[in-house]
Design a protein around this ligand. Structure first.
Ligand code: GLN
Length: 456
């Protein structure tokens, strides 16, 4: 899988790795900073966190539009990266004056706002460029996006370890060093991209990619001017349909940061040989599993393709949803076997995260690649924004669903008329949701494939 990919892929890998390091480093500290340094209450903190993580994925729609129409990918990435770095350093400033709330709070909001805008310009455009390194029919695109996805996860893996360790020391004055590290990561990303883009970001014919409309090569311009055909509209419809199904994936998957963290904290036996595993460490399992299993899965697809048995992309994505359902089923079964007050072995949660990560690998890099293959050139980045829009909706939905987490001594909440009495009920909600979405997607793959017109 690693052999014979254009060098530009590794440039995008490194750029995105440091950007994700910055984003997830900040995210690991955000709620703690709000609670312990800014003295926000839990309710407000949770709501703000949900709004922030939702908005971060909403702005890619705007960033994608700006790139397709005016700036091109490269310039959008540079401007977005500068805004994100400015945002991180604004949080660093907020952390430096956290005792003067009248200064710290405006700086904090300014920082979040800059990151939201910056991510909008950065995320869809870096993702689009991966596919542009290859010709339209190139079979290596899925593998390329899987390698790129490993970059994302290498960054997300390092982030809590470095920014978390620097910032979360128990002394609120130290948060700023975590934000400082996040800002430095973003500057590294900009430096790598800024210095090497001209050398490596080229299409197979050697023309520069990611340029503004006026600077594109003749063939690229011709591609962008062509009027949309019936097939293009069909393919865009497919992007819309899969983006809809994907909402249910991320809404369940993103429980990792909310209800599954409550669960790990309260109901999991985290002792190993007299030592207690910190709850936050469970967040590193997902990126580690992605890094370990991405090459394996990419090889599996290549092997199946050789025997002409590689599943179509929407089928792989449906498998992703089913694996997610299987993960929640494991944990639902595990909590069902123990009596009240008894904690379950942490291996159940590890098994669940493994299944979730395998599901993510079937769905997320494959989805990025599919959007790239289906999108007409002139809307490539905008449609990548549509794909990320589903994550925005999902983050909001994830927060709503986490609200159904049963709490001892409180009345059982009901979801669509179904009373959630126990943890088993709660986790079964996600089994049913992701299984239904996966099964429906499987049923529609035939229809979708017809409308993909040769893309797979
Ligand atoms: N974890 C991945 C990233 O940060 C996936 C995000 C998503 O599409 N929901 O890029």
């Amino acid at each position: 899988m690693l052999k014979a990919h254009p060098r530009g892929l590794y440039l995008l890998f490194a750029t995105e790795m440091w950007e994700r390091f910055s984003y997830y480093g900040n995210r690991a500290l955000l709620t703690l900073f709000m609670l312990s340094a800014l003295s926000f209450d839990k309710h407000f903190t949770a709501a703000l966190y949900g709004q922030y993580t939702g908005l971060v994925f909403l702005t890619p729609l705007i960033g994608g539009y700006i790139a397709d129409r005016f700036w091109g990918n490269r310039r959008s990435i540079m401007v977005g990266g500068i805004l994100m770095a400015a945002g991180q350093f604004s949080l660093f400033a907020a952390g430096s004056v956290y005792q003067q709330l009248n200064l710290a709070i405006p700086l904090f909001y300014l920082g979040l706002g800059l990151i939201i805008l910056g991510n909008g310009l950065f995320k869809p455009n870096i993702s689009t460029m991966v596919g542009q390194l290859y010709s339209a029919q190139d079979q290596r695109k899925d593998a390329a996006y899987t390698i790129f996805y490993m970059g994302i996860n290498l960054g997300s893996f390092m982030a809590p370890l470095i920014c978390g360790t620097l910032g979360d020391t128990g002394n609120p004055a130290d948060f700023r060093w975590g934000f400082f590290a996040a800002g430095t990561g973003m500057l590294l990303s900009l430096l790598i991209f800024g210095l090497l883009q001209n050398r490596y970001l080229r299409d197979p014919e050697g023309h520069a990619i990611g340029m503004a409309p006026a600077q594109r090569s003749q063939t690229q311009t011709a591609n962008h001017q062509e009027p949309l055909t019936r097939a293009d509209y069909d393919r865009m419809l497919v992007i819309g349909v899969i983006s809809f199904f994907v909402i249910f994936f991320w809404a369940a998957f993103e429980q990792a940061g909310v209800s599954l963290t409550f669960f790990a904290n309260e109901s999991l036996d985290r002792e190993i040989m007299g030592w207690t595993v910190p709850t936050s460490w469970f967040q590193s399992l997902n990126p580690v599993f992605v890094l370990l299993f991405a090459p394996l899965l990419a090889q599996l697809w290549v092997k199946l393709a050789k025997h002409d048995r590689e599943p179509a992309s929407p089928t792989k994505m449906a498998y992703g949803l089913l694996l997610l359902a299987a993960g929640f089923l494991v944990i639902a079964q595990a909590v069902d076997q123990v009596g009240p007050g008894v904690k379950i072995s942490l291996f159940w949660l590890v098994a669940m995260y493994w299944l979730h990560s395998m599901g993510e690998l079937c769905l997320s890099p494959i989805g990025l690649s599919l959007v790239n293959k289906l999108a007409p050139a002139k809307f490539a980045s905008l449609l990548m924004g549509v794909w990320f829009l589903s994550t925005a909706a999902a983050n909001w939905f994830a927060g709503v669903l986490a609200g159904f987490y049963p709490e001892a001594g409180k009345a059982a909440p009901s979801f669509l008329g179904w009373q959630i009495h126990s943890l088993n009920d709660f986790f079964m909600l996600f089994v049913i949701m992701s299984f239904t979405a996966g099964a429906l997607l499987l049923l529609t793959t035939g229809q979708l494939q017809k409308r993909m017109h040769g893309v797979n």
